[in-house]
Every structure is written in structure tokens, then in C-alpha cells.
Ligand binder design. Structure first.
Ligand code: NAP
Length: 486
């Protein structure tokens, strides 16, 4: 599917956006971006060098002085214009996303709505960046606490949500009065660059929002090595997050980390099985299993195990694999060959350790980046998929007998991003919600992402929250003013 589908071809940019200018790399170096559905070249983006990244940081530092001094209403107005333009160009943005990321067009449209909703949410929150007053320690003394923008922020984002993982950072940062340099994933830079085109058209001042592409190592080392950058927000794998946290130590930069997960999805014997299957389908198969909050392990109580397995297999039979541009496709190509290999590895490891295949062909590496959905039962904790994210359309079911056992199994992971459970017993609902070690709990609900709630994990799934009023606070510093009596 070609770029000729775009109604506004100007949204497809193959240059970086720095200080309001569209630039190539001084060296002329570029990196190729391929369509995961068919391997075709989509385009090329510059490989910027360290000095060019520093130019972006300097531009953001200069722009910060003006942007922070605007009223919250003025910042909100620019953000709302940006939001509106995203919706005007929804179809083109979705097309670019499907071209570079592969996901079905329906999901790409959904992501554009979701991405825009963060810009709107934070535009609305900008005027509620409240401080507080505290009774003084002495007669006549006043204590006032204000919130101030952190300063220049950097963001490094993943390929699985090429627009939303950017807007939930940049929306909050810009609303708070910060400026930002974003490095998108190399697999999906065009969504980010299209957002920059619209930011410019929305009147967001030069230098406030910058997009740089190139080597992850060079960019991250330059950003964390520059003391003008006061915060880094990263979404991606736990291994890279750990490295970035160490890099931020040098200049004591603030850091937010949205990292990997290994979400348990528990179905208790008192659950509504129909609803549990609906939730399981959206939770497991959205983005072809490539979300950080995907159910990685289904834990099903013995009494309802067989019913749940049969109903899930039936629902999975309706999934359709193909190019994301084809009508009716629900499961697209995975992002690349490594992603396919990971699914194959988890499948073969599970089978070798006693798992049974209920439906779906065995995944292999002979069909490009395509993997048919597959359902396994008889999962046990020796298997790799109990300890690592599979990030693909492999549903794995483990049987349990008691609530205590389910909680222990669910928590037996270094990750703590999302967890889900289905039950109609109100006492059990509270007990289990309290006991699960995760930042986000879906209770009789498989789709938990929205701009108004705080999204984020505990344990090795990360630090900080995005979305909600807490997401805005992540881009502010508290300043305490102590006013003595006269
Ligand atoms: P990744 O390999 O960690 O890449 C994420 C970003 O980090 C990309 O921009 C990548 O750049 C960059 N990067 C890679 N190596 C780096 C390094 N050494 N230093 C600095 N930056 C580096 O993760 P991914 O495979 O793109 O994304 C999938 C992961 O993200 C999964 O683990 C998923 O669970 C997690 N995720 C978490 C959330 C959440 O909210 N918690 C949301 C979405 C995804 P290049 O593309 O140039 O390599």
C-alpha cells in the first residue's frame, strides 16, 4: 500500500524537526524504515550526530524561557489546536501508522483518537496546575508551595504505539510549561514526524517540540549527557530502561520509566465467562499481542477451565490475519523477524515442557512477520513465557485451584504493570485487588488505557505515571516559598 493514499502528502516527512526547521543529517546519513507487512521501503530518516542533538536541546532550552512564561490558557489553546488537527488528519495519520507499524487500520484510527485524547486531557489540566498553602511555623509566617515546569525534557518512545506513547508524554510536558526533544523508535519515526508537522501548524512555537532520529545510543547518551536536559521519560523494554536510569544518574536527571510487563489474567470460578472471554480477546490480541499490558499468562480456576478454554478458542477462530490495510483483518504482521522468533521460542519451549496446543498452527519463521494466533494449555512456571513478555498472539493458559494460589502465581514475576481478574464476588474483588502487585488492575475489564487514569507500573515495570493529573505533576517541580512576618 503506497503513500499515494495520503490526502495531505505534506504529513510524510523524511527530515528531523529541530527548532522549527526541517533538517537532514550533516553527514547525509539516513536509516531505512520498512513496512513490516511486506518488507517494502517506506522511507528514510536522518541519522543525526551528537552535535545536532545538542542543537535540539539548546533550542528547547531557549524556547523554554518563553513557553513557561505564557499563561496556562495560552499553552492549552495551542495544545487544543494540535489536538483538533490530529483529528482532522486522522485518516492520514492512521495510514502512516499502518504503513510503518503494520497494525490494522481500525486500530491505527483508534490509536490516533487515543493519542489525541492525551493532548486534550493535558490541555484541560494545564489550568489546574495548583500549588498549596500551609500554615506557617511562626506567627505571621506563610508557607506557599508552587508548581514549576521541570525544564527541557527528553522522551524516548517505542514502536508499538507510535503516536500515543509520544502524546502522553509531550501533552503533559507542554501543558506544564516544559519543552521537549523526542526520539521515536527507529521502526516508526513517520508518525512522530507527522505529529511535528501538525504541531507547527497548530502554532506551537519553534523549539518547544523537537523530533530527532538516528542511533539510539548516540541520542540517549547525548541527551543524558547534557545537563540542560532536566528529565527523561522513557517507554520501552526494562533492559533499556535500566541502562537509561544509570545514565541519568550523572546529572541527577529526573526519570519516568514505562517498561515491560508480564500481565496475569485471572478467571475465577464465579466469573461471567462470556465477559471474561471478551476481555481476554481485547487484552491479548489488540495490536496483535504487542502491548505492554497484554495478558501474558491466563490463570483459570479448575471448575471453569474447560469452558473458558473452549470459549476462547471459539473467539480466536474469528481472528483474521493479514495486511493491516485489508478490510476485516484483526491481526497484522509483527514488527520484525525478531518478534516472530520470540513467539516461536516461547511456543517451542512451552511445548517441550508439557504445554498442549488447543488451536492455531505452530508459529514458525517461514511466513515473513506473520504469526497465526495460537492457544496453549497446561502451562507451568518452568516455561519461559511465565517470566518474559511474549509480545505476540500466543495465549497461554495455566490452571489453578485456590484464590491464594492464583495470587501467588500472578505475583511471581519481577514485573508489575497490569493485572486483570474476573469475579462477581465483591469480597473477593477487594481481596484480590489489594493483593495483586501491579500498578494497574483491570477488574472484569480487559481494556484499561485512557487519558484520565494514572498509567504505570511497579517493580521492574517502571517509575512514575502517565495520564491523569498525576501525569502532569511528573513534569513539575515543587517550590516552597517561606514568607516571614514583617
Ligand atoms: P526498546 O527496544 O526498549 O526500544 C524503545 C526505545 O528505546 C526505542 O526508541 C529504541 O530506539 C530505544 N533504545 C533502544 N536501545 C536503546 C539504548 N541502548 N539506549 C537508549 N535508547 C534505546 O523497546 P521496544 O521493543 O521498542 O518496545 C517494546 C517494549 O516497550 C516492551 O517491553 C513493552 O512492554 C514496552 N512498552 C511499555 C509501555 C508502558 O507503558 N509500560 C508501553 C509500550 C511499550 P531504536 O528504535 O532506535 O532501537
Amino acid at each position: 500500500m503506497s503513500l499515494s493514499r495520503l490526502k495531505s502528502p505534506r504529513l510524510f516527512r523524511q527530515q528531523c524537526y529541530v527548532d522549527g526547521r526541517w533538517i537532514d543529517a550533516g553527514t547525509g546519513k539516513t536509516l531505512d524504515v520498512h513496512n513490516p507487512a511486506n518488507g517494502e521501503l517506506v522511507g528514510q530518516v536522518p541519522v543525526l550526530e551528537a552535535d545536532e542533538i545538542d542543537t535540539a536541546v539548546n533550542a528547547a532550552a531557549t524556547a523554554f524561557r518563553h513557553w513557561r512564561s505564557r499563561t496556562a490558557q495560552e499553552r492549552a489553546d495551542r495544545l487544543m489546536d494540535w489536538h483538533d488537527l490530529m483529528l482532522v488528519h486522522r485518516e492520514d495519520l492512521a495510514t502512516l501508522m499502518t504503513l510503518e507499524q503494520g497494525k490494522p487500520m481500525g486500530e491505527s484510527r483508534g490509536e490516533i483518537d487515543y493519542a489525541a485524547s492525551f493532548i486534550r486531557w493535558f490541555a484541560e489540566e494545564a489550568r489546574r496546575m495548583y500549588g498549596e498553602t500551609i500554615p506557617g511555623a511562626r506567627i505571621g509566617q506563610h508557607i506557599v508551595v508552587t508548581r514549576q515546569p521541570v525544564g527541557v525534557c527528553a522522551a524516548i518512545t517505542p514502536w508499538n504505539f507510535p503516536a500515543a506513547m509520544i502524546t502522553r508524554k509531550v501533552g503533559a510536558a507542554l501543558a506544564a510549561g516544559c519543552t521537549m526533544v523526542v526520539k521515536p523508535a527507529s521502526a516508526t519515526p513517520f508518525s512522530a514526524l507527522a505529529l511535528a508537522v501538525l504541531a507547527e501548524e497548530a502554532g506551537i512555537p519553534h523549539g518547544v517540540f523537537n523530533v530527532v532520529t538516528g542511533s539510539a545510543d548516540t541520542i540517549s547518551e547525548t541527551l543524558t549527557g547534557n545537563p540542560a536536559v532536566r528529565k527523561l521519560s522513557f517507554t520501552g523494554s526494562t533492559d533499556v530502561g535500566r541502562r537509561l536510569m544509570a545514565q541519568c544518574a550523572e546529572h541527577i536527571q529526573k526519570i519516568s520509566l514505562e517498561l515491560g510487563g508480564n500481565a496475569p489474567f485471572i478467571v475465577f470460578d464465579d466469573a461471567d465467562i462470556g465477559r471474561a472471554v471478551e476481555g481476554a480477546m481485547v487484552c491479548k490480541f489488540r495490536n496483535t499481542g504487542q502491548t505492554c499490558v497484554c495478558a501474558n499468562r491466563f490463570l483459570v480456576q479448575s471448575a471453569v477451565h474447560d469452558n473458558f478454554v473452549a470459549a476462547l478458542a471459539e473467539a480466536m477462530g474469528k481472528l483474521r490475519v493479514g495486511d493491516g490495510f485489508e478490510e476485516g483483518v484483526t491481526q497484522s504482521a509483527l514488527i520484525n523477524g525478531d518478534a516472530v522468533e520470540k513467539v516461536v521460542e516461547h511456543f517451542e519451549d512451552a511445548l517441550a515442557k508439557g504445554a498442549k496446543r488447543v488451536c492455531g498452527p505452530a508459529p514458525d519463521t517461514d511466513r515473513g512477520n506473520y504469526v497465526q494466533p495460537v492457544l496453549l494449555t497446561d502451562i507451568n512456571t518452568d516455561m519461559k513465557l511465565c517470566h518474559e513478555e511474549t509480545f505476540g498472539p500466543l495465549a497461554a493458559i495455566m490452571r489453578f485451584d485456590t484464590e491464594e494460589e492464583a495470587i501467588a502465581l500472578a505475583n511471581a514475576t519481577p514485573y508489575g504493570l497490569a493485572a486483570y481478574f474476573y469475579s462477581r464476588d465483591i469480597h473477593r474483588v477487594w481481596r484480590v485487588a489489594d493483593a495483586l502487585e501491579a500498578g494497574i488492575i483491570g477488574i472484569n475489564e480487559g481494556l484499561i488505557s485512557n487519558p484520565m487514569a494514572p498509567f504505570g507500573g511497579i517493580k521492574e515495570s517502571g517509575l512514575g505515571r502517565e495520564g491523569s493529573r498525576h501525569g502532569l505533576n511528573e513534569y513539575t517541580e515543587l517550590k516552597y516559598l517561606c514568607m516571614g512576618a514583617q
